[in-house]
Design a protein. Structure first.
Length: 235
C-alpha cells in the first residue's frame, strides 16, 4: 500500500500584482492559512417530534490569514498594507500553497471576483523580539486553486469563432494531467504576444493535445515558441 503524499508548506508564499508594476513576493512571511468552507446550520422543530431537524444553508468561505516578520522596506508587504488602507479589490494576487500551486480569484467563473485585505496589523515587540505583522483577507466571489501546470515550447494559440484553442501536438497530455471540462485555465507569461497573458478562460472541451475555451475568436493566434505555461484548476 502506497503511503500518503502529504502537502508540505515550506514553499508557501504570496505573490502580489502578478504581471503589474509591483509584481513580487512578500518577504518575511512565515505563516499562511488558506480558505475553508463553513455552512450555516439551521434548526427546524415541530410539535410532537422529539428532536429538531438540521439542515445547512448559505456557505462561508471564511478568510485567509497570513503573517511574518515586519520589513518596512519590502515592496510586497507595502503593497498589502496599501491595499488594506484603500480597500483595493485584488484580482492578480496569488497565494501559493507550495512552490507551484496557488489560489486566486476565479475570473473565468465570476468576472467580479476579487480578494480584499480586511486586516493588516503590526504586533507589539519586546526588547528581545522582532516586530511581526499579521493580516487577513476575504474573497469577494469565487476562488480557484490552480494545481495543474503544463509547460511547453510548442503550444499553439488559435482564435476560432467556435471556441479559441490551445494545442500542444508535441508534448500535450492535458487529460492525463487532469484538465477537465469546466476547469478554469490561466495563461502564463507570453513573449511574442502579451495581450492575452495572465487571462483566464473556461475549458469547454479537452483532449490530450487540445484545450478548447469559452472565448470566441478572442485570443491572438500565435506559436508561443519559448517556454510557456498553462495553469488549470477549479474551486
Amino acid at each position: 500500500m502506497a503511503g500518503a503524499s502529504f502537502e508540505q508548506s515550506y514553499n508557501a508564499g504570496i505573490r502580489v500584482d502578478v504581471g503589474g508594476s509591483d509584481d513580487g513576493y512578500v518577504d518575511g512571511l512565515n505563516s499562511l492559512k488558506v480558505y475553508g468552507i463553513t455552512n450555516q446550520v439551521n434548526d427546524v422543530s415541530q410539535f410532537r417530534v422529539g428532536f429538531t431537524s438540521k439542515y445547512v444553508s448559505v456557505g462561508d468561505l471564511g478568510g485567509i490569514s497570513f503573517g511574518g516578520n515586519d520589513l518596512s522596506s519590502d515592496g510586497g508587504q507595502q503593497f498589502l498594507k496599501t491595499a488594506a488602507l484603500n480597500k483595493t479589490k485584488l484580482t492578480t494576487t496569488r497565494f501559493y500553497k507550495n512552490l507551484t500551486d496557488f489560489f486566486m480569484p476565479d475570473l473565468a467563473t465570476d468576472a467580479n471576483s476579487s480578494i480584499q485585505i480586511s486586516k493588516y496589523d503590526i504586533a507589539e515587540a519586546d526588547v528581545n523580539g522582532l516586530y511581526a505583522f499579521t493580516g487577513e483577507a476575504v474573497f469577494n466571489g469565487a476562488p480557484a486553486t490552480f494545481y495543474i501546470h503544463h509547460t511547453s515550447t510548442t503550444i499553439v494559440v488559435a482564435a476560432d469563432i467556435a471556441g479559441d484553442t490551445l494545442t500542444d501536438a508535441t508534448s500535450g497530455q492535458f487529460v492525463t494531467d487532469g484538465v477537465k471540462v469546466g476547469d478554469t485555465i490561466l495563461l502564463g507569461s507570453l513573449i511574442t504576444e502579451t495581450t492575452d497573458q495572465y487571462t483566464q478562460h473556461l475549458v469547454t472541451a479537452v483532449t490530450e493535445t487540445v484545450i478548447t475555451t469559452d472565448s470566441l475568436d478572442a485570443l491572438t493566434a500565435q506559436l508561443t515558441g519559448s517556454s510557456f505555461t498553462i495553469h488549470a484548476g477549479r474551486f
